[in-house]
Write a protein that binds this ligand. Structure first.
Ligand SMILES: C[S@@+](CC[C@H](N)C(=O)[O-])C[C@H]1O[C@@H](n2cnc3c(N)ncnc32)[C@H](O)[C@@H]1O
Length: 253
């Protein structure tokens, strides 16, 4: 009887842990989740070279609709799902973990450095003051999903910071400029003063990579800033900042 490993790879090669490498080596079948996040240098080829085993890339439907095949494989094999970042943060793997557990298999979670923790750390904002996080999705058939705006608004009302992941659809990560314009267009539609041109945001670009940048800048500045390449993550800080948080954000200019 095998175990199910849910393995976090961290954001890039340098954040792979011994625990994640050992767990992959212990697994008979390894799937690399290609749809919840992306990395500048962690790929199937790089991982295969590090662990000396074959890895298969899986898409969302392979795991969500094909989960029975994975449970079936557990009868005789250790199966690993490896994910960039942390395997349980802003992913949908909990369903698979619950199903494996219900079928009597051990589930071994190997945490990885998540983009969520990474940007909190780099922003220097108080980790006690983060509210609900949210994914900013691409408009669909000309319609904008306003969930992100609503989440930022309710976090602001509670004096909390908001972490905004950007959509990753069919392997296409949303660009930072597109995200900033989309947030501003939500404000134009709703006009509730949630996102003002002079409000500050924190923008994380290619975190964990050699060329990583973390900026704190106003929306007015962000519209004009020259960006490199995705992935990006955004924090909209609370409007009620502690004076030390104000000083910390100045260090990111
Ligand atoms: C849905 S989250 C998945 C998080 C992942 N499970 C983790 O723990 O890191 C994926 C989104 O986080 C952001 N992201 C992921 N890696 C990033 C990086 N290295 N730099 C900046 N943003 C990143 C992007 O917006 C991406 O679409």
């Amino acid at each position: 009887m095998g175990d199910l490993y849910l393995i976090g790879l961290g954001l890039s090669k340098r954040f792979l842990t011994n625990a994640s490498i050992e767990s992959m080596k212990r697994s008979d079948v390894i799937f690399l989740d290609s749809y919840t996040s992306l990395s500048c240098d962690l790929s199937k080829d790089v991982l295969e070279e590090i662990i000396g085993k074959q890895i298969s890339i899986v898409k969302r439907e392979d795991l969500e609709q094909g989960y029975r095949n994975i449970i079936e494989s557990l009868k005789t094999k250790n199966v690993a799902i490896a994910t960039v970042g942390d395997p349980m943060i802003a992913t949908t793997h909990v369903g698979l973990a619950v199903e494996a557990r219900k079928n009597g298999y051990n589930v071994r979670i190997v945490p990885g450095i998540s983009v969520h923790c990474y940007i909190i750390s780099k922003s220097m904002l108080s980790s006690y003051k983060f509210g609900r996080s949210v994914t900013l999705v691409y408009p669909y058939e000309g319609k904008t999903d306003m969930t992100t705006y609503n989440v930022i608004k309710s976090n602001q009302e509670a004096g909390l910071h908001s972490i905004i992941y950007l959509d990753l659809r069919d392997g296409k990560p949303m660009d930072g400029n597109e995200a900033i314009n989309l947030l501003l267009s939500m404000e134009s539609q709703r006009n509730e003063g949630v996102i003002r041109l002079d409000d500050v945001l924190v923008l994380g670009e290619r975190l964990g990579c050699d060329e990583e940048r973390v900026f704190a800048l106003s929306f007015r500045e962000a519209i004009k800033v020259n960006l490199n390449r995705p992935p990006y993550i955004i924090i909209i800080p609370s409007k009620k900042l502690h004076y030390m948080e104000v000083e910390a954000l100045k260090c990111l200019h």
